[in-house]
Structures are given as structure tokens and as C-alpha cells.
Design a protein around this ligand. Structure first.
Ligand SMILES: [Zn+2]
Length: 253
């Protein structure tokens, strides 16, 4: 057979062992890592950086993002991750995605999953299986808690099963200067700590079902929803600070 001299041997494509970094023993399980932090803390940037570092070593990765219509488009679009990411929905079997790559003759050494808080438990299990049995390194990035201050289901399962947990805290501060740990949902200027989670979590795949009430894409522009990072004290008190509509705040109208 003839292959371009500079290309990786395509016959290695179906092997679990990476071609270029072949010394990496196939018997070493991959690791499942969860990098978590408030929104805008640089998780997606870190995700791309990790991807870049691996790619430079000749490793091949898949970039995945859990689709959400919720209200954090800045995370996924600001740095253009979406253009090269595969969107997962509620029913996606991540193992199937990897197998499809193998079947197409492509190697997969690692996975990068953005918006991992939106994964369901089963998908987190699938990632763990891929780490254990397919020796993939899995890097998950996401927000830990929702606007109520409760763990997202995907984040919770990752906290339970990941090999490594790493808080990403890149200078995301509350207006008071304290570290921001909570993603407050601000509806018409007031902090909302209870209520429907559809805006952030249970956005089932778009199957023509009516849009959610508040902030739904087809809603009248009378309700504005944005998110603001707050410290625990101000998350609890609901004090949004002197300039609640600070620069670049996310607004769903
Ligand atoms: Zn504060």
C-alpha cells in the first residue's frame, strides 16, 4: 500500500494504541478529569489549550460540547469552540461517537467535553468507561452549581467518579471582590434562587415542544434573564452590587 510518508500509518487507526505516542502503553487506563468553576472563569479557553497541547504531541482528540439552549452562549461561542465540537444531546451515547471515529479510520486519544454540567449521569458513566476500557484521557469542563446553588446532575456525577477534580478560578470575582462561586440568575434585575431549572438544565432536545416560559427563544422581550457571578454572601443576600448590569453581562431577551 502507498501512504504519504508524513502521515500517520492509517493501519494504526483502529488500534487503541496511538501511533505517534505509541509508547503510551495500551494497558494504562485513561483518566477522567473535571475542571469546574463559575461561568467566564476561562474553562473553555483552558479546554482549547489542553487540546492544543495534546495535538502538538501528535495525539488526536474529539471535542464535544453538551448542547444547551440555556443561557451560556458566551462560553461556547466566544472562543469559537463550537465550530469544531460535536454537539451532544440528551440521547447521545458518547461511546458510539468514539466508535464511529474508529470505524471511519480515525484515532481517538482523548476527549474534551465542554459544558459538562449538562451531561446526564449515563453520559458521565460512558466517559468513565471510555477512560477505563478504551484508555482515553477525558477532560471535562463545566460549571458546578446552577442558579440555585445546587450541583448540576452532570457535575454531581463527575464529582463522584472523576479521577481528578480541579477548580478553575481565574479571577472571577463578585462585585465586592470576593471569589465568585455562584452563578446567580437575575430575572428583571432581581436575583432568583428558586424556580424552574429548564433555563439551565432540562432543555430536552428540540422536538418541537413549546418553548419554555421565561427566557424562551420565542418569548416576548419583556423578561430579561442574565447571569451574574456572586460570592456566597451576596448570592445568599441577593445583593447584586452597585452596577448590576456591568459590562458584557449575558442577556437573554
Ligand atoms: Zn460579594
Amino acid at each position: 500500500m502507498t501512504t504519504p510518508a508524513d502521515a500517520a500509518d492509517p493501519t494504526d487507526a483502529l488500534s487503541a494504541v496511538p501511533a505517534e505516542s505509541g509508547r503510551r502503553a495500551a494497558t494504562v487506563p485513561g483518566r477522567l478529569r473535571f475542571f469546574y468553576g463559575p461561568m467566564d472563569c476561562g474553562k473553555s479557553t483552558l479546554a482549547l489549550q489542553i487540546d492544543h497541547n495534546h495535538a502538538r504531541q501528535g495525539r488526536v482528540g474529539l471535542l464535544l460540547v453538551r448542547f444547551d439552549r440555556s443561557g451560556s452562549p458566551r462560553i461556547s461561542t466566544r472562543i469559537g469552540l463550537a465550530r469544531q465540537a460535536i454537539e451532544l444531546d440528551e440521547t447521545t451515547d458518547v461511546r458510539g461517537l468514539v466508535r464511529a471515529q474508529w470505524a471511519a479510520g480515525r484515532r481517538v486519544d482523548y476527549l474534551i467535553v465542554d459544558e459538562a454540567q449538562f451531561l446526564n449521569e449515563g453520559q458521565v458513566e460512558q466517559l468513565a468507561e471510555l477512560a477505563d476500557l478504551a484508555h482515553l484521557d477525558v477532560y471535562c469542563f463545566g460549571i458546578a452549581t446552577d442558579f440555585r446553588g445546587r450541583l448540576f446532575p452532570g457535575a454531581q456525577r463527575l464529582f463522584e467518579v472523576a479521577d481528578e477534580l480541579q477548580a478553575v478560578q481565574v479571577e472571577v470575582l463578585c462585585w465586592c471582590g470576593s471569589p465568585g462561586r455562584f452563578n446567580g440568575r437575575v430575572v428583571n434585575g432581581s436575583l432568583v434562587r428558586a424556580g424552574d431549572t429548564v433555563l439551565v438544565a432540562d432543555t430536552t432536545a428540540g422536538d418541537g415542544s413549546p418553548s419554555e416560559e421565561e427566557g424562551g427563544p420565542n418569548n416576548e422581550a419583556t423578561t430579561t434573564v442574565r447571569y451574574q457571578v456572586l460570592c456566597r454572601r451576596h448570592f445568599r443576600s441577593g445583593d447584586l452590587g452597585p452596577i448590576p448590569a456591568a459590562h458584557g453581562q449575558l442577556t437573554l431577551a
